[in-house]
Design a binder for this molecule. Sequence first.
Ligand code: TXA
Ligand code: MG
Length: 352
Amino acid sequence: MKTELVRISKDLNKEDLENIKRAGEILKSGGLVSFPTETVYGLGANGLDETAVKKIYKAKGRPSDNPLILHISSIDQLDELAEDVSPEARRAIDTFWPGPITFIFKKKSTIPDLITGGLDTVAVRMPDHDLARQILDAAGVAIAAPSANTSGRPSPTRAQHVMDDLAGKIDMIVDGGSSGIGIESTVVDLSGDTPLVLRPGKITIEEIRKILANVEEDKSIIKQDIVPKSPGQKYRHYAPSGEMVLFTGSIDSIIKEMSKRSKEDFKKGKKVAILATDETIDSYDLDEKIVIKSLGSREDEDTIAANLFSSLRELDSLGIEKIYAEGTGYDDLGLAIMNRMIKAADGNIVKL
Ligand code: TXA
Ligand code: MG
């Protein structure tokens, strides 16, 4: 299959509008289209068409028990997908949608089992991204869209990342520039008595607690040894090809230990990289050939989140075999960043 790449400009000229319409038609008629959202690029298919949804699992190499998020462009569409939406859930929706947050509800019986991995619940999100919503509008149906990466790899934040993983496997990629947030949506289960954060994201538990006072957090978010409640969270994830080790604790000890280990590996002939921050990048004592990158300032978690996946992909393209990465704190967006880093490192964490 030839994958068509279309670039959409900010000012939406006539050709852009035609391409958006065509993306919608491809989706509606059972094809696969990748499009940007404010979190990461998604790989869309008609969410009520089982044959189309099957193609998503095949293109990504995704395990079939890992359910998908249905994307909508208007809140009205929710009534066709979800049962028992409580008044508290409505408040949360009104506060946070459109936005980088996915809610899980009891599902309507019309939703294919393939979408929900056989669960009786369904995940729904309304993205805060004009182009994404225009494409969803053009399709006119709820669109199933996981992140548009090969299963297990870091999520894509640019059209080129989608090309790298899925060229030849999907019909179209709509390039609308970089995804600003850079990590996937917060996932909150509203189907039980207590709202539960299953995946941390840009919208933090503190913000959710202002609307849903009894919200809790799935403890597996930062612990590798607890089985997560969300099927997708149990897999090795967000992972570069190189082996990653994550360091937490006092920053001076981290710099010392990461310098030492990377030099040892380098001497053994390994391709090594260090993921540092603006505050620390000049403090490492390294051989010149060791790759070192800053994810951004430790004071600016938004930038660190936005750079994380693209940096991991960049290290892959350099053929890096071993990555030593500085951890951030767990406060605010730090929890979501650390959740992705812990999974990228497959639980390989050194506490100093
Ligand atoms: O930001 C995002 O959410 C992006 C963009 C494209 O919208 N999408 C995304 O989809 O990250 P995906 O498939 O990569 O991640 C969806 C997560 C998985 O961890 C999955 O297991 C979980 O949501 N999930 C989906 N439906 C669920 C359900 N009914 N119960 C529990 N977890 C569910
Ligand atoms: Mg994903």
